[in-house]
Design a protein around this ligand. Structure first.
Ligand code: M6R
Length: 613
């Protein structure tokens, strides 16, 4: 939440900042702003709304500068408006800051600073921080990096910050705690950003700041990193491996549509080197390296949020049915505060696309403190969760830019399915023949996803029928119950139609009261094991005049006779069905949202990376 980008070097900063902000806009789009230091002038341009609005506004002003920073905001403290937009100034206007995170003790600090004569212009916690830095710097006569470091020792909360001082025009100071920040190292130039996407055109060499670290980068190409406790550190470098094309829409109207259509490839990429259909095996290096822990585990606890939590729910069915390991699936935000019983025989698996979700990170921290082994299933390489876990696997879905998660969900399912199959075989809870047969069938899933995508026009036609609805119900059973939850989340977050997912049989315990001729009811009816039961559930909906959109297995005749619309998907083993049944639900949400005039990539109030709790 909130995107930060900064530059110091010989190039013009403004175009780098604007391009970077556009890449980071997925993190928040309530307002955008830049600060540019040129000669003695610290020019700040900021506007409510998206980066394009900032560009039109700044066009009328001087943007010359070789040092500057930018911000795209997801509002926490203070409504989205021009004044609350970042960057913020210190009281005497010589310091400026951009910030991602929340300063929890801002109120108490603000009162103390007001007593010392500070006057605040905005409602933000960020402005309090820059006044605090100013106060520390002024009262102790410190250089910028020292003032920042000492001020941060007084802060409770989360931050990624960049600070520029017009009196020290050849340096930028940055720091992080619980919000990501990466430093790109070029030839006599530096780039700082919330993720690597604004940097990759210019340099591949980066270092990720860790919690409570402060970096100072100088125009002469030197830089230092310290902890806020004043301990000098030797940075470790990483080399980025992201292709720029992956950050473009590539001819699609929206990133979300591109990402939906990428899934045959992203699922294959996730399997590459980890699944061999000819030899009939699947394995993950990091599970192999910790195999005893997995084989001895008393239970597995999945912690995640949103779509990633839904992937955890599917995993519960997989791990319990195949590997016979007891599983719990927890919202990270609840788990972290409810004093869970954990010990060294538990494995906690954190699932996250971004690898930055604040609640999931805190849940990991807690699990580690309690002695559990923590494994990460993450998409973004080098992200905080990937680094905080004891071990883990990347899903290799590539950058997911649409706020609604699509290819990350199927990537998570792919990885977790491989893990469950492998552990089941290793534990002897499934027979070798069955294992090999499942591996072969699994390898065909990318083709089956492709086949499902070919039904796009038909799904678009169905979207036309529900675009005017105000509510929708999604029903599924077994492996497809979490898919119903996911389908409902996709619809509500991008089309603003209120949608609920339910286990199909639960419908009669309450939601059935909502059903009338206005209510679309999306039923995932592909399960072989509970087919007759789901047929009965459809009849119950039809008896109340609900409009049924059924996802069925190719060739299904019985449900076709009852449902108002059917979407056929290829026949697959039940354990793989979420990977295929999720696809039409993604497309249905996408088309519905587009028809309702919504910006599907940047739905209102949301951000891709939720770095505040
Ligand atoms: O990056 P994460 O997977 O940790 O994010 C978790 C949720 O914030 C995320 O899945 C969110 O629910 C998406 N908008 C769903 O499409």
């Amino acid at each position: 939440m909130c995107g930060i980008v900064a530059y110091i070097g010989e190039r013009q900063a403004y175009p780098i900042l604007i391009k970077g902000l556009k890449r980071l806009e997925y993190r928040g789009y309530d307002s955008a702003g830049v600060a540019l230091l040129h000669q003695d002038n610290l020019n700040i341009y900021k506007k409510k709304g998206k980066v394009d609005g900032l560009v039109s506004f700044a066009d009328d002003f001087d943007t010359t500068s070789t040092i500057g920073m930018g911000h795209t905001r997801w509002a926490t403290h203070g409504e989205p408006n021009d004044i609350n937009a970042h960057p913020h100034f210190s009281g005497d206007d010589h310091l400026t800051i951009v910030h991602n995170g929340i300063i929890e003790n801002y109120d108490i600090l603000k009162q103390a600073l007001e007593q010392q004569g500070h006057v605040f212009k905005s409602d933000t916690d960020t402005e309090v921080l820059i006044h605090l830095i100013e106060e520390v710097q002024r009262s102790q006569g410190l250089v910028l990096e020292e003032a920042v470091r000492i001020a941060l020792t007084k802060i409770v909360g989360a931050y990624a910050i960049v600070v520029i001082d017009k009196k020290e025009p050849n340096k930028i100071v940055a720091a992080r705690k619980s919000s990501p920040l990466v430093v790109g190292i070029g030839e006599n130039e530096f780039f700082l950003a919330s993720d690597a996407t604004p940097i990759i055109e210019y340099t591949k060499k980066v270092t990720y700041l860790n919690d409570e670290e402060v970096a100072v980068v100088h125009r002469d190409g030197t830089f230092q990193i310290k902890t806020i406790q004043n301990e000098e550190l030797t940075p470790s470098f990483q080399y980025l491996d992201i292709q720029i094309e992956l950050l473009e829409k590539g001819g699609y109207d929206y990133f979300m549509l591109k990402e939906i259509f990428q899934q045959p490839k992203t699922v294959s990429d996730c399997m590459r080197g980890r699944l061999n259909a000819e030899e009939g095996w699947t394995k993950l290096g990091s599970v192999e390296n910790n195999i005893e822990k997995f084989l001895q585990a008393n239970r597995i606890i999945f912690v995640a949020c949103g779509t990633s939590w839904h992937a955890g729910l599917v995993a519960e069915y997989l791990f319990e049915e195949l590997a016979r390991i007891p599983v719990e699936v927890e919202y990270a935000s609840e788990f972290r505060y409810r004093n869970p019983v954990l010990n060294e025989n538990d494995i906690v698996i954190a699932i996250s696309q971004s690898g930055e979700t604040a609640d999931t990170l805190a849940a990991i921290q807690l699990a580690k403190e309690r002695g559990a082994f923590v494994y990460g299933v993450v998409n973004v390489v080098g992200s905080s969760i990937a680094r905080a876990t004891d071990s883990g696997s990347y899903i290799h879905a590539g950058p997911e830019i649409g706020v609604a998660s699509t290819k990350a969900f199927t990537g998570q399912l792919t990885l977790l399915t491989m893990m469950a199959l492998n552990l089941a075989y290793r534990k002897g809870t499934i027979a070798k023949d069955f294992y090999r047969q499942m591996v072969v069938e699994f390898s065909t899933i990318p083709d089956k996803i492709q086949q499902t995508l070919e039904d796009n026009n038909h799904i678009e036609f169905i979207a036309e029928q529900i675009r005017g609805s105000e509510n929708a119900l999604y029903l599924g059973r077994g492996y497809n119950f979490p898919v119903a939850l996911e389908g409902a989340l996709k619809l509500k977050e991008i089309s603003y139609i209120h949608a609920e997912g339910y286990p199909a049989a639960e419908m009669k315990h309450g939601p059935i009261a909502l059903i009338d001729e206005m209510m679309p009811v999306v039923v995932i009816a592909t399960n072989k094991s509970a087919y007759e039961k789901i047929v009965s559930n459809i009849q119950e909906v039809k008896a109340r005049k609900g409009r049924v959109i059924a996802i069925v297995t190719e060739g299904d005749k019985q449900i076709r006779k009852m449902a108002d619309f059917v979407i056929e998907i290829p026949e697959v083993e039940e354990i793989f069905s979420p990977l295929v049944s999720a696809i039409p639900l993604q497309l249905l949400s996408y088309h519905t949202a587009v028809m309702r005039g919504c910006n599907v990539d940047q739905p209102r109030n949301l951000a891709k990376s939720v770095t505040v709790e």
